[in-house]
Design a binder for this molecule. Sequence first.
Ligand code: SAH
Ligand code: TRP
Length: 331
Amino acid sequence: MAPRILNGQVEVRSHLGPNDERTLADDVLDGLTRPLKELPPKHFYDARGSELFDAICELPEYYQTRTERRILETHADDVVARTGAVELVELGSGSATKTRVLLDAMRDAGTLARYIPVDVSATTVHAVAELFVEEYEGLSVYGMVGDFERHLKHLPAPVGPRLVPFLGGTIGNFPPGSRRRFLRSLGKTLGDGGHLLLGTDLVKDPHVIEAAYNDSAGVTAQFNLNVLHVLNRELGADFDVDAFEHVAFFDREREWIEMRLRATKPQHVRIDALDLEVDFAGREEIRTEISAKFTPERLRGDLAAAGLELVEMFTDPEELFAVSLARVASD
Ligand code: SAH
Ligand code: TRP
């Protein structure tokens, strides 16, 4: 798609096209015909899904966002000084509220040149691009609407030392094998002397973790159920959304949260775009996301397996969350 020039300093390019409706269709066909039904999490984030996620970030039970922000506030100057970063390539940027902490630190250090948000949610990339180019004088913003698993090869060349924030614990949404493969692919995105800044939720009291995904206001439930609305709208499916319920529990052995949607009664669903009929038994579930929790050992192990080395891991006093600075391993 042709770049959309909004003014001299901001450009948003979309790498999503008709093929991506195909991707949704393929993912759904593949996921809902498995013996254990499953949907990949990136399809949560239509405009309403992105709004609901922002609401999750404000929930009293969802400690991740405010904790990660506090860690960034404490260490951003140090991160900027040590990396000499002049540009940020942010993966899964969403509404990028915590990113301001990094941009402020770069501006204060006098190094801030460019911000590249990458997200499948077109609405958030456009909103953030327009907001930040206004707010940060002289900043050049290059927004990428795309899938970070497929489109990072289209990133422009670095204009100087690059920092790649991947915040919000989104790395935990990959299963362990793909997580390492994805981290390895990020090595190439960093460029010469570049760094990754990775936010990960930490293993802790399971009750605290489970509460973060079962909020009392029911926002997480709405977010999880929203994916069925996406399927109804995009693929002409006829899910009775009210006949599914949100389920989230901490798998104590694998140390990850599993999000599922459970049919409250037997159901028959038709998906027009796939010419597919799907049956659900009463209480049958669709797995919609995992959210892995980390120990320092797991983090180091994953980075090492991906050819990366930990420079420093920053945490909060209660060790709820970690923000880790990493680079390509030297040997
Ligand atoms: N970084 C923000 C948002 C985290 S939510 C924060 O820390 O609060 C995860 C974000 O990643 C969403 O904005 C979602 O649209 C985006 N996302 C999920 N899968 C993606 C993919 N495969 N490619 C690009 N963006 C993706
Ligand atoms: N990356 C976030 C996390 O794992 C996404 C998230 C939060 C989420 N709450 C959710 C995804 C509920 C699905 C359902 O914490």
